[in-house]
Ligand binder design. Structure first.
Ligand code: ADP
Length: 273
């Protein structure tokens, strides 16, 4: 629809150029708002454990230090707050490294069953405290070999299984299930815990989004676990799915390429409880 009139053509080009520039400016403005909000969020999250630790130490300095019981209790609480701060900084670093592209995924072949057993070992004590059983549900006889970044998928599984324990009910279970299909494996992490209401489901992968702040903090949550999961899986060209029912439980699932399978991109899956 170009005009034959040269002046009109120049005008059209200028209008197109201006609207392209406007789009770029809008994009930059959005990024700037996002950056400001992110810094505000981080500052707020950092303040919480710092203020708590400071409060316990100051109370001790003001005299509570003389009572041995109180001293022990307050030092313990200060140490817990500092541990929370440490976890938060670690998660923030992980997230920013993955997002900035500083970390390149190291693809290799490994068995998802072996990886899951290792994660179970690390989380066994935590699960036992709530009498939660950790179960692998896989009927196949041979391994579940995938091609992915081992340590990053270890982090994904740790975050999902850890959440299953944190938000699981006493005496419940966290089950990991594998389903092999042509070219890829679907991995499910299911629990029979509190569940997540529908209105929260689509937001739980946002940074610092928590359904119940107090429950998350009490469990040592940073609010970044699922954001990290989402980003790691994006770097694997795949995505995380979730389905949940309040009072019944939650199921997360994702697909990974089988070893030696031809490239499967943007594979998606729907989790079921
Ligand atoms: P957090 O450190 O708070 O656990 P996550 O990013 O891992 O942060 O999860 C975000 C929120 O999603 C949690 O605060 C919790 O409310 C909810 N959530 C995550 N996993 C589960 C689960 N398995 N069952 C119930 N709620 C969950």
């Amino acid at each position: 629809n170009q005009s034959a009139n040269p002046i009109k053509r120049v005008n059209q080009a200028i209008v197109a150029y201006a609207s392209e520039k406007q789009r770029e400016i809008d994009e930059l403005k959005k990024l700037e708002v996002f950056r400001r909000e992110f810094i505000a969020d981080i500052s707020h999250e950092l303040k919480t454990p710092i203020f708590a630790a400071q409060g316990f130490v100051l109370t001790l300095l003001e005299g509570a230090v003389d009572d041995e019981n109180v001293r022990y209790k307050f030092l313990n609480k200060a140490a817990k707050s500092l541990e929370g701060l440490n976890l938060l900084v670690q998660d923030l670093l992980t997230l920013s490294q993955i997002e900035s592209g500083d970390i390149v995924m190291q693809f290799e072949n490994f068995d998802m069953q072996e990886l899951t057993k290792e994660v179970f070992e690390q989380l066994e004590e935590k699960a036992q405290k709530k009498d939660i059983s950790l179960i692998i549900n896989y009927l196949g006889v041979d391994g579940v070999i995938v091609n992915a970044d081992y340590s990053k998928i270890m982090q994904v599984m740790t975050n999902l299984i850890n959440n299953g324990i944190k938000y699981g009910k006493e005496g419940g279970k966290v089950e990991v299930e594998f389903i092999k299909e042509e070219g890829y494996v679907t991995i499910f992490v299911k629990d029979d815990g509190h569940g997540i209401a529908k209105e929260h489901l689509k937001r739980i992968f946002e940074r610092f989004y928590r359904v119940e702040k107090s429950r998350s903090r009490q469990q040592g949550g940073t609010g970044l676990g699922l954001a990290i999961v989402k980003h790691i899986l994006q770097k694997h060209n795949t995505e995380i799915q979730v389905s949940s029912e309040v009072g019944k439980g939650t199921a997360f699932s994702f697909k990974l390429k089988s070893a030696n399978a031809s490239l499967v991109s943007n594979i998606s899956t729907q989790a079921k409880i």
